[in-house]
Design a protein around this ligand. Structure first.
Ligand SMILES: [Mg+2]
Length: 339
């Protein structure tokens, strides 16, 4: 499978998981089963919100945009400020800053995380050394770091650089070391899988990266829990809930990893990733990023991909990442992504 298929799969897969999880984000497992049957929500067409995507997909697209518009932490901060504007305005400005901010569907506010909104409202501050509290929201380790960080793994950075850059950018909103280290781990995992490494050896390598970090323990333990529970038997919602509920960064990553390990294909993994009492759209988005990179665009359920809001824009951003970072050609991109 070529790299383009993995980049397209990762971005669109994230949106599919986000859309599948969003109708059940704030519902307990018993209520999900009461509404959709004993197997839970198993079909995006059965969900009542028509393929809508949320802050997870929105912020992921602005992460990609920040990378395309310079890629420094300051550039990511500026990109997240453009996302923040989408949460404050009903529609694009008449003279939007860049092509992404001109997309109407992004101007929907669907339960964005508190640390993300307060964090990007803050002026840019450089990141702290890893292991120390970051300068913004120092106690926050919500999953808003992980759910937006896949693009760092899709731009040809090696896994160490992907880890580093994602963790630095995560500190723009979340200062708890586990909050930003889990984002680094996720980006490194995506980088390895998008380069063609199978999931299990990619996870082992990421665990070694995490264990080498001061304060990497919580993230490493969550990933080891996902591996252990996945090895115990077939996937189930009860097993997912033993891995975690996904509100916090390391649990969101671990639930997504568990679902990818336990599901036989992308559809099974996505269903596992959202049917639990926790933060279903974020665990779905992160799982979708991962299985999309693993199985590629054609490995995702085509019927679900067709339903996802913003599909054309999401695929355009994926192609723009490949053009800029794999092909090294910016000639067609400067108008959409001014630097
Ligand atoms: Mg969300």
């Amino acid at each position: 499978m070529d790299f383009t298929a993995r980049v397209r799969g990762s971005l669109l897969g994230g949106a599919v998981g986000d859309a599948l999880g969003w109708p059940v984000e704030f519902r307990r497992l018993e209520l999900i089963r009461a509404e959709y049957g004993p197997a839970g929500l198993t079909d995006l067409a059965a969900a009542d919100r028509g393929g809508q995507v949320t802050d997870d997909t929105q912020m992921t697209l602005f992460t990609a945009e920040g990378l395309l518009r310079g890629g420094r932490p300051e550039d990511l901060h500026a990109a997240y400020r453009r996302w923040f504007l989408t949460q404050r305005l009903p529609e694009p400005l008449r003279d939007p800053d860049g092509w992404l901010a001109a997309q109407d569907f992004l101007y929907a506010s669907r339960a964005p995380g508190n640390a993300c909104t307060t964090g990007v409202a803050t002026d840019y501050r450089p990141a702290a050394p890893f292991g120390q509290d970051g300068p913004v929201n120092p106690n926050s380790k919500g999953c808003g770091t992980v759910m937006r960080s896949a693009p760092f793994g899709l731009v040809g950075l090696d896994p160490q650089q992907a880890f580093q850059q994602a963790a630095v950018a995560a500190q723009l909103t979340h200062g708890h070391p586990t909050g930003y280290l889990a984002a680094g781990a996720f980006a490194a995992l995506i980088a390895r899988v998008a380069a063609g490494t199978p999931l299990r050896p990619a996870l082992d390598a990421v665990l070694a990266q995490v264990d080498a970090q001061p304060f990497g323990r919580e993230t490493g333990d969550a990933l080891r829990r996902a591996l252990r529970i996945a090895a115990e038997g077939p996937g189930s919602a009860e097993a997912v809930e033993r891995v975690g509920l996904g509100w916090i960064a390391e649990e969101c990553l671990a639930v997504a990893v568990y679902a990818a390990l336990a599901g036989a294909d992308a559809r099974e993994a996505l269903v596992l990733s959202v049917n639990h009492s926790g933060d279903s759209d974020s665990t779905g988005a992160v799982c979708g990023n991962l299985v999309g990179a693993l199985y590629g665009l054609d490995g995702l359920p085509a019927d679900w991909c067709a339903l996802v809001e913003g599909r054309e824009v999401i695929l355009q951003v994926a192609d723009d990442l490949v053009t800029a970072f794999a092909d090294g050609d910016r000639t067609t991109l400067d108008a959409r992504y001014p630097r």
